[in-house]
Design a binder for this molecule. Structure first.
Ligand code: GLU
Length: 289
């Protein structure tokens, strides 16, 4: 089995990632799966390469080493495990969908799509451009999705029912500026690297049915999914990578040890009864598997 740790380059690691890594490394230990590290910098307008080195160094310092993909040794060297190096591959997968008539160009602005929908919450695209035959270049490229309910068995949360057609509608695979979207790049990479076990936070739960539709359309096997709980800040919101004040880099600079941070992550997620320092290996044995 192959699972993956796939950090985005939009910020530093924080305690939420520590918890996530405990789940990934713990479940991999239990199942014998190999762990692949993939750098998710598909959106070049948001990703900052300097985060890559910081993320990889902090992973190693915390005691999490991947079996495959990018590690400290290969940081910032060209790799098929880094999304910004994969444009040619994504383009070829896009062409496969194009030949099947499953994508179309869309010229709608966010404001047009918003229409009378509420500002907050996710936008659901109604398919205005679906039959206009617009070019793909310099337009948003959308995936024609079926009106069906997708059912999957989450290994942590049980049976899930999602209807992407009423949640997001025909979602985008590439934006009008040529940036690949998370949903598309993630599925292309999971297929290419044979990922068959996806472990990730509950915040991405609603991506799963969308990704399953892509796997099915591309004739690829659908991975098993495990969505774990998140650590929330004192405001009840999930931790943000952009806040350097909460980053592992800063806590480390200020003298925290890896064991202290792992203890904190376990405590804040209520897996451990107190924040006692604990190594990654011990934490996995004691609290995850
Ligand atoms: N890149 C995503 C993140 O950092 C993870 C995506 C995934 O695991 O599918 O939140």
């Amino acid at each position: 089995m192959i699972t993956r740790f796939a950090p985005s380059l939009t910020g530093y690691l924080h305690l939420g990632h520590v918890l996530h890594m405990l789940y990934v490394w713990g479940i991999a230990r239990k199942t014998g799966a190999k762990i692949l590290c993939r750098i998710e910098d598909h959106d070049l307008s948001r990703a900052r390469p300097e985060y890559e080195t910081a993320i990889l160094e902090n992973m190693e310092w915390l005691g999490f080493e991947p079996n495959l993909g990018i590690s400290v040794k290969s940081a910032r060297k060209p790799s098929e495990f880094r999304q910004s190096d994969n444009a040619g591959y994504y383009e070829s997968v896009l062409q496969t969908l194009h030949k099947k008539g499953l994508i179309y160009g869309c010229e709608c602005s966010r404001k047009q799509i918003l229409g009378n929908q509420a500002e907050e919450g996710e936008l659901c695209y109604s398919g205005i451009c679906a039959d206009k035959g617009l070019p793909l270049a310099s337009n948003t490229v959308r995936f024609r999705i079926p009106q069906e309910e997708v059912v999957f068995a989450d290994l942590k949360l049980g049976e899930q029912h999602q209807i992407p057609a009423s949640q997001c509608g025909d979602f985008s695979l590439r934006d009008r500026n040529g940036q690949w979207t998370y949903q598309f790049a993630c599925v292309c990479d999971d297929i290419r690297h044979g990922v068959d076990l996806v472990i990730r936070g509950e915040d991405i739960l609603f991506s799963t049915a969308r990704q399953i539709l892509l796997f099915q359309t591309l004739g690829a096997p659908i991975p098993a999914y495990f969505h774990h709980p998140l650590i929330c800040g004192s405001d009840g919101k999930k931790l943000s990578k952009r806040q350097r004040s909460e980053s592992i880099s800063l806590l480390r600079e200020n003298g925290a040890t890896a064991a202290q941070l792992i203890g904190q992550a376990l405590f804040q997620s209520a897996l451990a009864p107190n924040p006692s320092p604990v190594s990654a290996a011990e934490a996995i044995e004691k609290y995850i598997i």
